[in-house]
Design a protein around this ligand. Sequence first.
Ligand code: PA5
Length: 436
Amino acid sequence: MIKVNYQNALSQEELFNKKSAILEAYEVLTKKTGAGNDFLGWLRYPVEYDKEEYARIKKAAKKIQEESEVLVVVGIGGSYLGAKAVIEALKDYFPLNKSIEIVFAGHTLSSTYMHQLLKYLENKEFSVNVISKSGTTTEPAIAFRLLKELLEKKYGEKANSRIYATTDKAKGALRVQANELGYETFIVPDDVGGRYSWFTAVGLLPIACAGVDIDLLFKGAFDAMNDAYQLPFEENMALQYAGCRNILYNKEKFIEILVSYEPKLSFISEWWKQLFGESEGKDGVGIFPASLVYSTDLHSMGQYVQEGKRLMFETVLKVNNPEEDLVLREAASDLDGINYLAGKKLSEVNDKAMVGTALAHVDGGVPNIMLELEQVDAYNIGYLLYFMMFSCGVACYMQHINPFNQPGVESYKKNMFALLGKPGFEELGETLKKRL
Ligand code: PA5
């Protein structure tokens, strides 16, 4: 369960005055009558998922864990952020047990990154999960080609049995390769876009490999789905969060900063930025999603948030119960001047930093929403991610935006292809060269 506390952002009256507009958008989403309604496979996915494939994911994860020290997950955007977000959130900061390491590739064109990754893998047992819905995205295609060369060098004919491809059931270059070379494959459903795909095979295989209990994660998503569908507006947190964002946007709060006081949630923020940024940011509208980790960033960006251009509001991911805690003890001499904290838990200090910061920022003109999460575990993370997707769908339909396309992403690709001399892009290449 997530609790949305908006008392430092707007009044209950303001939110409840929006009820009919919010419910209208809810109807568009759940009755599937809006733009992009052919991409709503994620909405009921926690009940409509492919059970046979789900079992196969668990089996493949076990095999990968048994034969590899490292799993390389190759993908970009929605094809890697969900897995990365969940794994980072649920793994220990400094793991003591020697479990499989999950690393990512294909999300950058950095030659240094790729070179050093290949060097790192040279003496390691590894497998690859290559993920691309379209099967044609350049960044993962390049990374996969390089990793495949290394796999073939290390394992010869057995290389293909260490490759797991998650892609479209019929289309795309990756599907062609997988069929021809006999990789084990998992499907990205036709009606689920990348940023809504974390609980399909796209996210589940790497997440299961990392040792996360995917049943619990899925149960969280299932309960969030039921709550989002069934709870009345007055108790429906996904609807209320969408409504709060809309009200603040209409007050010219054009930037939303997702704040966490737990650094391991920073990739949840990265995933959330893609979710809202790519879903909502089009047709000249949309809130710009940004993220900060406090109290770390209070010492870098805190000044701007407190006193810079008044365009933003904050949404704080508040964790009610930390996984671990420490009590500060009194020191014989108070040379560091913090004996006044003796007897307090470190989590209490973190909480006071959070409350003090929220109130200071509110005083500085930055409205504050708190999203309260009981704790960081598989169940609650599953709940949170579904909650955010549902809320995002409602928020977009409130703005009459199609949440499920991303036409703007194509512009950079065309220019990059033209500059690299890809066949079919010659004319654009000539035009661009004149501008350089
Ligand atoms: O959300 C999206 O649709 C995108 O971020 C895609 O996931 C990303 O561009 C990768 O595409 P693909 O999975 O086709 O390689």
